[in-house]
Design a protein around this ligand. Structure first.
Ligand code: NAD
Length: 465
């Protein structure tokens, strides 16, 4: 049994089964049967879109309830929890419904010059669903991470088996109810709660055609290897250590106001956060003071309090990891410009003070490794070429931000950063924009038509013209 601990109170909030191989097998069999026998893949795309819109309605209707539940599971501040898991998921489901509604799975191609012989060839190029998809997600945005995969999978005609994170299994009961209330046929969506072994069993199951994974790069490598062995299609959304490049002309008030969403969303437990702040030498101290001032002003506390910005970290293990990095940073010679300890007056809960390191070099481990907490490092650069070189000198390439008053110049800098997504004076991502990483940040894309394509294969049906 998995017990979910509320990270703000350290008390249990619920439990869910730790599924074994038989449960996985039953779920995959159900998804396979639905794929082969329910008619789901053969439905007209606009019919599947109807179900997706009904699913979106369920998420919208019960946004507040879902937001509060996820907050109690993972400590994400309630003020953003609904936006990312409830309404945010609804937006994703509606986006993929829209794509399906305007999509024709068949295209006819004439080849007038026969490659050999006299016949001209007419080919129907049919886009087909990839099959049964195993969806494995982490705890930081549990429903948002599912929606971006499940929405595309259902629009394409796939069926799915979802394995949520062991830290956040409870919101998957909400999803199960929403799927039922939306009238999605039995077997199309299946959920199996469990830990890492459950995830590994799902990936290994021969009845799975494709794996869609979000999580750490370390686990992503294992999943890629397993999928390589069995030749399964895979998408991997992994870790990051993105650069927030502050150019010399940046509006530091705007930069400070953007830091919450850009660099420490969900208490810094975000893969795409810009956690390496690159500051021009001429304004280095000013940037350090701005970052420290902005983080110091963020209310830390009970994540159910609507005014809270920084809640607890998800677990004691995650707090230990983050505190380990803070000690490491001090040992590497970086200077604490803010925080470094536990917030005063919060005796229960897995809290860490918002922390800023100055005097950081890009070769330090705190600049190279993903910390996944409210810890930012500020790195000095002498000119823009060096800033781009430092941004690109990373194992990762997932997000990033450029701050400048000259937006056109910022776009030029953004074009040169090795990353899957990047914003100028802004950290948001639209549902129609592909999201994913380069280097160790992943393979494949989610969202946008590109994210939809991941769940499709082609079949060419030829005849003589
Ligand atoms: P994790 O990799 O430890 O676990 C993620 C999921 O994979 C969990 O459900 C887990 O049970 C499962 N899992 C673990 N081992 C497995 C295996 N061998 N086979 C199959 N499944 C397995 O990650 P986490 O600690 O839950 O989440 C934090 C990480 O996720 C961070 O590195 C973060 O950057 C990353 N993340 C990435 C994105 C993105 O879109 N790129 C988004 C959110 C989080």
């Amino acid at each position: 049994m998995l017990t979910t601990i509320n990270p703000a109170t350290e008390e249990p909030v619920g439990s869910a089964p730790d599924a074994g191989p038989d449960d996985i097998d039953a779920a995959v069999q159900a998804a396979r049967a639905a794929f082969r026998e329910s008619g789901w893949p053969q439905l007209a795309p606009k019919e599947r879109a109807r179900y997706l819109r009904a699913l979106a309605d369920e998420f919208e209707k019960r946004n507040d309830e879902l937001g509060a539940l996820v907050t109690m599971e993972n400590g994400m501040a309630l003020s953003v929890c609904g936006a990312f898991n409830g309404i945010g998921s609804a937006t994703r489901y509606r986006y993929f419904a829209g794509l399906a509604e305007s999509w024709d799975p068949e295209e006819v191609r004439d080849f007038p010059e026969a490659p050999s012989g006299p016949a001209k060839i007419k080919t129907i190029v049919r886009r087909q669903p990839a099959g049964v998809v195993g969806i494995i997600v982490p705890w930081n945005v549990p429903q948002g991470n599912v929606a971006v995969k499940l929405g595309a999978a259902l629009a394409a005609g796939c069926t799915a088996v979802i394995k949520p994170s062991p830290e956040t299994p409870l919101d998957s009961y909400f999803l199960a109810q929403a799927v039922t209330d939306a009238g999605i046929p039995p077997g199309v969506v299946n959920i199996v709660t469990g830990g890492d072994a459950t995830g590994a069993a799902l990936v290994a199951h021969p009845g799975i055609d494709m794996v869609a994974f979000t999580g750490s790069s370390a686990v992503g490598r294992k999943i890629a290897a397993a999928c390589g062995g069995s030749l399964k299609r895979v998408t991997l959304e992994l870790g990051g250590k993105s650069a927030g490049i502050v150019l010399e002309d940046a509006d530091l008030d705007l930069f400070a106001a953007t830091l919450g969403s850009c660099s420490v969303p969900y208490s810094g437990q975000s893969c795409r956060a810009s956690t390496r702040i690159l500051a021009p030498a001429a304004r280095y101290d000013e940037v350090v003071d701005t970052v420290a001032g902005a983080l110091a002003a963020m209310p830390v506390g009970d994540p159910l309090d609507p005014s809270t910005v920084i809640g607890p970290l998800v677990s004691a293990a995650q707090r230990n990891r983050v505190e380990g990095y803070i000690e490491l940073g001090k040992g590497e010679g970086a200077k604490l410009a803010l925080g470094g300890g536990r917030p005063k007056g919060l005796d229960r809960g897995y809290y860490v003070e918002p922390t800023v390191f100055s005097g950081v070099r890009n070769d330090m481990r705190i600049a190279r490794e993903e910390i996944f907490g409210p810890v930012l490092v500020v790195i000095r650069y002498d000119n823009e070429e060096e800033a781009i070189a430092i941004a690109n000198d990373s194992e990762y390439g997932l997000g990033g931000t450029v701050f400048t008053r000259d937006v056109e110049h910022g776009l030029d800098i953004a074009r040169r950063v090795e990353t899957g997504s990047i914003g100028v004076n802004f950290a948001g991502m639209a549902p129609n924009a592909p999201f994913g990483g380069v280097k160790s940040s992943g393979i494949g894309r989610e969202s946008g038509p590109e994210g939809f394509e991941e769940y499709l294969t082609t079949k060419s049906i030829a005849r003589r013209a």
